[in-house]
Design a protein around this ligand. Structure first.
Ligand code: FAD
Ligand code: NAD
Length: 482
């Protein structure tokens, strides 16, 4: 290191720049806190090492949904005769797919930068690490170092794709979602390690672009935390689309080079097998970005899995230091990170808002989608919660027939003592939007009968809710599931 630079470090170490609010990481919660409290008059610095505005816009939700939509268009082309449209030659141009995604990301990042400018929050591009209580050293890409101290500090540093210590896995240079979203070619045979949310969304999109796809998961079924009927429907969908699924499979060794050829040795239900492909994508869970950033020097404790320990107010173990989003172990969704923002924002200003008991709705963007709010059957059974179950196939919804999208079902769990909706799941076209309507009823505390007796426009997918809730056994009749 040059003597001048060393001198600068010494100088800045002895006198950090003072801020009222320091935000490490510009994810969903972090950027919203920065913009809002800067507008409120607090002197704010937001530190971001690479992705202005966080993962969602740059490398996760939005770019993946953009690419998934291109894949949906490809599937419409493939099915065009079914809709009475004869097509000539067509082909998929992955460079075009990527260009559309890149443009969207660039536009979104520009909007984030404008928000920083308008709010008065200072955006510092650099990697941050704690060097003492509420004190962060920021190193920019060109080596410039600044030392900052905040009266309040918010940590929003997210997670990264887990690459477990399976022999050879890291050495084959596997794709993660980040590189997969940048592909300008169609892999010949993509092996996806992990059949969770990331794995299933990518599997279908890549298959629809024309790639051979094999999903390998150590569990007995895809998205194994969800109800068995949901997993079964997904397995059927993937079988119909020609995606190979190897469940109950543990990889023991990986050889080769992703992008050229890879060879996986595995154990499936006690038998050895070898799997060969051209590329491997790791979609096997997340690891918090908490390693090596001096959290111990700041008095911020972590859990055994590396997540920052927080209470229900999202306070860490260090006074005036908060943690939000995935790094704090909050459910891994953008809308939850946004809710963490509301909680910390209010608490910093002296309020008392908590994470306890909040709804965690979500939607998996396969085609058709799978969405859920409230309890699944699995959760209700595990928690000993008695419920009445209503379930109908999507084919019972006339709108789905007009779209030729009759695959799937919806189901609701109703309390046995009251008419309260405990949970709602839907695997079907526009599942995310249908689920949100039931969620609104749940927020309002409406009984299921309010939806059963509603007048919904014909022909819409929401009409299905009338049919669904007409299937609920009245509370007076002994419920089979109670
Ligand atoms: C492929 C994929 C698809 C997804 N799709 C969806 C979806 O459809 N819907 C949904 O709700 N959720 C989805 N998610 C999850 C969602 O992306 C996250 O939950 C969401 O972005 C919230 O993240 P966050 O606020 O915790 O942190 P992030 O948005 O990850 O922000 C953390 C930021 O901190 C920065 N950072 C980290 N360490 C440092 C450091 N030391 N110094 C400076 N900066 C640092 C990082 O660069 C990053 O920008 C998806 C995730 C993946 C991987
Ligand atoms: N639409 C959405 O909202 C959306 C989309 C993508 C991701 N996400 C969020 O990101 C999170 C992370 O997603 P993810 O898919 O990486 O994790 P995940 O936890 O959902 O799934 C990972 C899967 O990989 C399997 N696995 C792990 N290690 C393995 C190994 N060595 N061999 C075989 N299988 C292995 C696990 O058993 C699990 O089934 C999700 O939980 C979700 O909260 C949300």
């Amino acid at each position: 290191m040059k003597p001048k630079m060393q001198e600068d470090i010494q100088r800045t170490r002895s006198s950090p720049e003072e801020y009222e609010l320091l935000v490490l990481g510009s994810g969903t919660a972090g950027k919203l806190i920065s913009w809002t409290l800067a507008k409120h008059g607090m002197k704010t610095a937001s530190i971001e090492r690479k992705y202005v505005g966080g993962s969602c816009q740059n490398i996760a939700c939005l770019p993946s949904k953009n690419v998934i939509h291109s894949a949906k268009v490809a599937s419409y082309f493939r099915r065009s005769e079914e809709f009475g449209i004869t097509k000539g030659d067509w082909k998929i141009d992955m460079q075009g797919v990527r260009a559309r995604k890149r443009k969207m990301v660039k536009d979104l990042v520009d909007i984030q930068i404008d928000h920083y400018k308008e709010s008065g929050a200072e955006l510092l591009m650099g990697s941050g690490r704690f060097v003492g209580p509420k004190t962060i050293e920021v190193t920019s890409a060109d080596g410039v170092i600044r030392l900052l101290h905040g009266k309040q500090v918010v940590i929003n540093i997210g997670t990264h794709a887990t690459i477990d210590p399976t022999p050879g896995l890291r050495e084959v240079n596997p794709l993660t979602h980040i590189e997969a979203l940048e592909l300008d070619r169609i892999p010949e045979h993509l092996i996806i390690l992990g059949g969770g949310f990331v794995g299933v969304e990518f599997a279908q999109a890549m298959r629809r672009f024309g790639c051979r796809v094999t999903i390998v998961d150590r569990n007995a079924r895809l998205i194994h935390r969800e109800d068995e009927d949901i997993s079964a429907a997904l397995h059927e969908l993937f079988r119909d689309e020609g995606i190979d699924v190897l469940t109950g499979t543990r990889i023991t060794r990986v050889e080769g080079k992703s992008g050229e050829s890879v060879k996986l040795s595995a154990n499936r239900n006690g038998s050895e097998l070898v799997l060969e492909g051209s590329d491997i994508l790791v979609a096997a869970g997340r690891t918090p970005n908490t390693d090596g950033i001096g959290l111990d020097l700041a008095g911020v404790e972590t859990t055994s899995h590396g997540y920052i320990k927080v209470n229900e107010r999202l306070e860490t173990t260090a006074p005036d230091v908060w943690a939000v989003g995935e790094c704090a172990g909050s459910p891994h969704f953008t809308h939850i990170s946004e809710n963490d923002f509301h909680i910390v924002h209010e608490n910093i200003l002296g309020g008392h808002r908590v994470t306890t008991g909040r709804q965690v709705p979500f939607c998996v963007f396969t085609d058709p989608e799978f969405a859920r709010v409230g309890l699944s059957e699995t959760e209700a059974n595990e928690g000993g919660v008695a419920y009445r179950l209503a379930k109908i196939p999507l084919s019972a919804v006339q709108r789905a027939r007009t779209l030729s999208e009759t695959r799937g079902f919806m189901k609701a769990l109703i309390d046995t003592q009251s008419d309260r909706i405990l949970g709602f799941s839907v695997f079907g076209v526009e599942a995310g939007e249908i689920m949100a309507s039931v969620q609104v009823a749940m927020i309002a505390g409406l009984p299921y009968t309010a939806l059963r007796d509603a007048i919904f426009t014909h022909p819409t997918l929401l009409e299905g809710l009338i049919a669904l809730f007409n299937n609920v056994t009245p509370a007076s009749v002994p419920a089979s599931k109670a």
